[in-house]
Design a protein around this ligand. Structure first.
Ligand code: SF4
Length: 281
């Protein structure tokens, strides 16, 4: 892994499709900074961009696929993970990344998330969590904190949300981290680490949506939400994922929570193939 921060920084534009600018994201949205950390993470991990493939689902974060200069795929709603699984199985040399939002990955794509983690598919998932469905008008979603206001829960959300790190860790993910977009250095390093690690790596990125979720919760500017992150986030590497739930006014525990070894789906498949061939002989 390269430790030359300046090289990582100076190469940020090299993997952006500048001809597609300006992007569609609102001012103060956290998706753009996450993309910057991702590109720096690729450089920091020393990966060949020709061997990195990005898959997105639907939603504001899903638009990332159109802005990066990588082999990228903008897939149907909730189906980024099975598409990425096929890509990885078809070409195991690829470093496959799924870059999508909380609605896409945890609602319609929730079942795929459970099984991708269970199988320990060798890929990195970057989940931008802004606690609502941004692209369709700010409705409540599976990560909306209890009591938070959204377009469909004007008096506060009354559903219990997922504790996302705990969910993926319980399913078998071998690398689990959470950062906010305020933690740019940690996020960049975490993405580099996840990209270099075999197995199912999952990074939750807590991100402002000032236009919808923020406006409904007294944070109408992205900067307001960054102030909240500054006040409420606590770095606790190695924390038990059971203790990292987010409520409307709790602390936001961030850090690297899980970093374990487990045979990947590809390892298990190869072992079975060898066994089958040995049996035949
Ligand atoms: Fe970002 Fe929210 Fe705007 Fe979507 S609606 S681009 S998530 S600020």
């Amino acid at each position: 892994m390269s430790d030359t921060t300046t090289v990582a920084e100076s190469n940020t534009e090299s993997l952006i499709r500048m001809d597609r600018m300006p992007h569609i994201w609102c001012s103060g949205c956290g998706i753009g900074p996450t993309v910057t950390c991702f590109i720096r993470g690729i450089h920091r991990a020393g990966l060949d961009p020709d061997k990195v493939s990005l898959v997105s689902g639907i939603g504001c974060t899903g638009r990332v696929a159109g802005y990066v200069k990588l082999d990228s795929f903008h897939t149907t709603h909730g189906r980024a993970l099975p598409f990425a699984t096929g890509l990885k199985l078809g070409n195991p040399e690829l470093n496959v990344v799924v870059f999508s939002g909380d609605g896409d990955l945890l609602a319609i794509g929730g079942n795929h998330l459970l099984h991708s983690a269970r199988r320990n598919i060798d890929m990195t998932v970057i989940c931008v969590n802004n606690f609502n469905y941004g692209m369709t008008g700010g409705q409540t979603g599976p990560t909306t904190p209890l009591d938070a206001r959204t377009a469909t829960t004007r008096y506060g959300s009354f559903e219990h949300p997922f504790n996302v790190p705990d969910l993926v860790a319980a399913c078998g993910a071998t690398y689990v981290a959470r950062w906010t977009v305020l933690h740019v250095r940690q996020l960049e390093n975490s993405i580099a680490e996840a990209l270099a690690k075999p197995g199912f790596s999952f990074i939750e990125v807590i991100s402002p949506c000032p236009t919808l979720y923020g406006r409904m919760n007294k944070e109408s500017k992205g900067l307001d939400t960054l102030h909240t992150y500054q006040e409420r986030s606590v770095i606790r590497n190695g924390a038990d994922t059971k203790d990292v739930s987010i409520t409307a006014d709790s602390s936001i525990v961030v850090g690297k929570f899980v970093d374990i070894e487990r045979p990947t789906f590809g390892d298990c498949y190869s072992r079975m193939t060898e066994r089958a061939q040995g049996t035949k002989k």
